[in-house]
Design a protein around this ligand. Sequence first.
Ligand code: B12
Ligand code: SF4
Length: 544
Amino acid sequence: MSEAVSVQYFPVRATATSVTARAMSVHLVNPSHISFGVGVITPRWLFVLGAATPAAYGPPNIVDETLEPLDIHTVNSGDIVGIGIHTGNALRGYEIGTAARARGATVVFGGIHATLYPDEAHELGGAHAVVRGDGDVVWPLVIDHAAHGTLQRRYEGGRVDADRFVPARWDLLPSGRYMWGSVQTVRGCPKHCSFCSVWRTDGQKPRQRGVDSVVAEIIELRRRGFRFVALADDNFYPVALADLAMAERQGNVSRLEQLRALRAERFELMARLAELPADMVFFTQITMEAAEDVSFLDAMRRANIKGALVGVEAVTPEGLKDVYKNFNEAGEALVDRLKKFREHGVYVLGSFIFGLPSDRPSTFEATADVAERAELAFAQFVMLTPYPGTVDFEAWEKKVGESADRVAGIPITRHWLIPQAQRPKVYAPHPVMAPDEIRARTQAVWDRFYSLRRIWVRSRCTPTLRARLAFVLISKLYRQMYANTGIATDSARVNRANRWARLIARPCRRLFVARPLPAWENALSQPGPRKLFAASGDSLRPEG
Ligand code: B12
Ligand code: SF4
């Protein structure tokens, strides 16, 4: 694209001190068609781009619509509105962009969906410019161009090297609204699952952030009263033992060294996390292969990484073949592998996909049984959705071609443009089950796994009554928030679920917050976090 501006050609930051800079405001908006008042996890991109916004333009106005909708009257002519979209919230993003443009603002889109469909943001979202890829480095340049009237149609943010990732600005967080902070430690994933776009957009080369900058952000969050932090990584375990063995077998010395260095850095990070206050709880996403890496699991336990989303996807070998995930186990070996996490103090949120071509009516109950026998703490059962940028999507789009069914006049191969309430639940025809059968059976599995009795039994994994209560509430919240992401058919059920989620969210948040530790304020430059704690007089964990 000739108009595209690539980040490589520009310095990290252009200067911007003009009068225009001070007269206009920068808004960053995370779109959502539904607001809960309280958020579970901080949407990290808002605070990363907030940090990347040049100081000359003043602090950006951050709006997360999962908390409450944007008040469009806060947007004035000449302002810059940055909107980050993934596929699920693209339609709402386009509404916001169109409205902001009508008010005379400069509209810029970014995020994974805009990366995949930049023209769509121009055609439907009122975009003046679209940033593809990472925004860390290119965002200040975009703002400067907008301020100086030299804005381009397209910017290529590329895949920024890990040492140029911008740490988030947590001082921009609205207080008392989120349960978990989010810190990214690695971007990219070496695997190639067919339903996932990460390895194609973020790349297969893991870009690991330096340990110091990760720890500094966590300290900052803890200082503000967050003791629960999601490590917002694609895959926290980018080097499996099998990868090392393969490089060794191939006699590939440089690859082996590279992998060993990455792995050593993971252990270094976990050792540093272990030095943080003992009340910290981390959660991440990891592949199942980590179960056979006992030293890694033990390091996770010491680091207080107490939970991990594991993509189980399917419980049969045929299902795993369907999604190119042959590195996972099936059957009893799967149950044993998942239990390994638990034995080493890591509680698993198992993620399963329903609607795979090899699924049969019996697969649903069999999956629910595995989830129980494997002693999963949480589970999600998602229906196969072809996300753009994935191998599955491309195959499906090619197969249905021009003859794709239409809903509200929109081909289902552009399902994200169909109004939320009318979106189909199942996209690809299944060899033996009707779409509604898949939906109903999926819902039944959710209902079974999240029955109050079963949640209460599972909550025994927590140490105190307060923690058990938190477990029950978060389980119910999780269930209710998911009730409208695909499985519920009638709007009454969706509305009921949303009301419940709103009601539970506030008390739930209170169970997650910790005492802020402002004494850490000036101590970030000190040698190590453990010393900082001793110096602050806090007795969460003694020094030495
Ligand atoms: C952490 C995470 C979650 C968390 C937390 C979400 C949260 N509140 O932040 C949880 C577990 C809740 C979650 C849930 C889901 N997620 Co998720 N998630 C992620 C993950 C691993 C990291 C996101 C993150 O924080 N990255 C760090 C930030 C800094 O990076 P970033 O968001 O990409 O932003 C950068 C650029 O994109 C760009 N950018 C972003 N916005 C903007 C805006 C402007 C103006 C500009 C200039 C630049 C810009 O600059 C940023 C800095 O470089 C991504 C994978 C990924 N690599 O993105 C998946 C990912 C975003 N999730 C995905 C999916 C599918 C989901 C679910 C639908 C899963 C499900 N089946 O239920 C739900 C939907 C939730 C919802 N309704 O929003 C997909 C989205 C695919 C797509 N095409 O949209 C991804 C890409 C993973 C995948 N497997 O493909 N997710
Ligand atoms: S699903 Fe997970 S393991 Fe597979 S490519 Fe995506 S991030 Fe990597």
